[in-house]
Ligand binder design. Structure first.
Ligand code: GLU
Length: 448
């Protein structure tokens, strides 16, 4: 952590005082402010307009009761959230997370990150995030549907194609978006396709949306490596997680010639020296909703490890795609000791600040999530474009658009890092470039 300029320091203290106990939110704010000393010195109008203070305070925070009945007739009460953080660039945009760890601080950290990530895409989307502490694990389809319907019965009044456009995140995929969209349509009596993204292809979804976050992370990694005249071909890669982001990051890395040898879930990790069998992994994780122990049982050379860290497995490219603060300083040290070249965050804030500092000290290329995983939300914005024009694009066309967005996004980060005297620092580049864009829009819109 660097010493903060007095303007930034004051804003940061206000965030700490006003949002007690929200450690992940504090961490996400601090990570952005740490990059901004030179920017606020060069642009005094930001301090004069209290832009930092305004950015750190969500425009609106919604918290609501979500009652639902399980298959045995028991009534459960969960808590629902939607934090509409910033709409200077467009309607609030960001996913919904269903996971028992969800609380207001987690949603605020994710919503705050989303503002900058969405700005980096170059597309007209503001930042928001939502979710619930509902645990989908082990729940039947009917229970998931009833939960989603109850959640939407409150949420519908706050969202809309020009207001706030939710999508998926951990625990919310195509199935959940379908139930949420169905309930929205039923309550409002409107076929408003652009109100949610991540929809199924049968009813207004976009090609490549499912693959987009993972693919985008690998496109960004390819661009970073290219600055050092390196490529993915023949590289040994590890992903963490085994959800949507991890699976499609592994798929794109494999298509570009890399060998992906390990992934993880909450029960441990598998190493498969033959390269992950992605068809089998998809079958187990997407269709059967099973565990990695099932994967290991069906692959002769795969080993399952219930203890220890996936990051102890040697690799050249590490793609943390599971969840926040999953990769610690000790993991970063073992990756460096094993000769890692590049780390790109497919998840939101998976590397702790200590881990990021270790990568920087050892000249490891490092892509923060708000840049590396922006391909998901960028493709959501492409879904919104298709919905607005009542059109649907082919896979190859949509993938080319995503690829170009990630190339431009990489260049934007690299250029901002160079301009502010931090060449190769993608954390600084991503924070500065997106901050300036949002701040300039906020200044133009007046004190609102
Ligand atoms: N939850 C994803 C993210 O973290 C996607 C959000 C969206 O598509 O709106 O960016």
């Amino acid at each position: 952590m660097s010493e903060l300029d007095p303007t930034l320091d004051r804003a940061y203290r206000t965030v700490l005082d006003r949002n007690p106990g929200e450690a992940e939110f504090h961490q996400a704010v601090r990570e952005v402010l740490d990059s901004l000393n030179r920017v606020v010195a060069a642009r005094p109008e930001y301090a004069a307009g209290s832009i930092i203070e305004r950015l750190c305070e969500p425009e609106r925070q919604l918290m609501f009761r979500v009652p639902w009945t399980d298959d045995k007739g028991n009534v459960h009460i969960n808590r629902g959230f939607r934090v509409e953080f910033n709409s200077a660039l467009g309607p609030y945009k960001g996913g919904l997370r269903f996971h028992p760890t969800v609380n207001l601080g987690i949603v605020k950290f994710l919503g705050f990150e989303q503002i900058f990530k969405n700005a980096l895409t170059g597309l007209p989307i503001g930042g928001g995030k939502g979710g619930s502490d509902f645990d989908p694990k082990g729940r039947s389809d009917a229970e998931i549907m009833r939960f989603c319907q109850s959640f939407m019965t409150e949420l519908y009044r706050h969202i809309g194609e020009y207001t706030d456009v939710p999508a998926g995140d951990i625990g919310v995929g195509g199935r959940e978006i379908g139930y949420l969209f169905g309930q929205y349509k039923r309550i409002t009596n409107r076929y408003e396709s652009g109100v949610l993204t991540g929809k199924g292809l049968a009813y207004g979804g976009s090609q490549v949306r499912t693959e987009a976050t993972g693919y985008g992370t690998v496109f960004f990694t390819r661009e970073m490596l290219a600055t050092k005249n390196r490529s993915l071909s023949g590289r040994r890669v590890i992903v963490s997680g085994s959800g949507n982001v991890a699976i499609y990051a592994a798929q794109k890395a494999t298509q570009l010639g890399a060998q992906v040898v390990a992934c993880s879930d909450s029960g441990g990790y598998v190493v498969d020296e033959d390269g992950l069998d992605l068809d089998l992994l998809k079958q187990i994780k997407e269709v059967e909703r099973g565990r990695l122990t099932d994967y290991a049982a069906q692959r002769p050379n795969a080993t399952h490890h219930a203890e220890g860290s996936v990051w102890s497995v040697p690799c050249e490219i590490a793609l943390p795609c599971a969840t926040q603060n999953e990769l610690h300083a000790e993991d970063a040290k073992s990756l460096v000791a094993n000769g890692v070249l590049a780390v790109a965050e497919g998840a939101n804030m998976p590397c702790t600040p200590d881990a990021v500092a270790i990568f920087a000290d050892n000249d490891v290329l490092f892509a923060p999530g708000k840049a590396a995983n922006a391909g998901g939300v960028a493709t959501s914005a492409l879904e919104m474009q298709q919905n607005a024009s009542r059109d649907s694009w082919h896979f190859s066309h949509t993938e080319e658009r995503l690829d170009q967005i990630m190339i431009d996004l990489h260049d934007r980060c690299a250029t901002a890092a160079d301009t502010f005297g931090e060449p190769g620092n993608y954390v600084a580049g991503a924070n500065i470039s997106s901050f300036v864009q949002v701040a300039d829009a906020m200044l133009a819109l007046g004190v609102i």
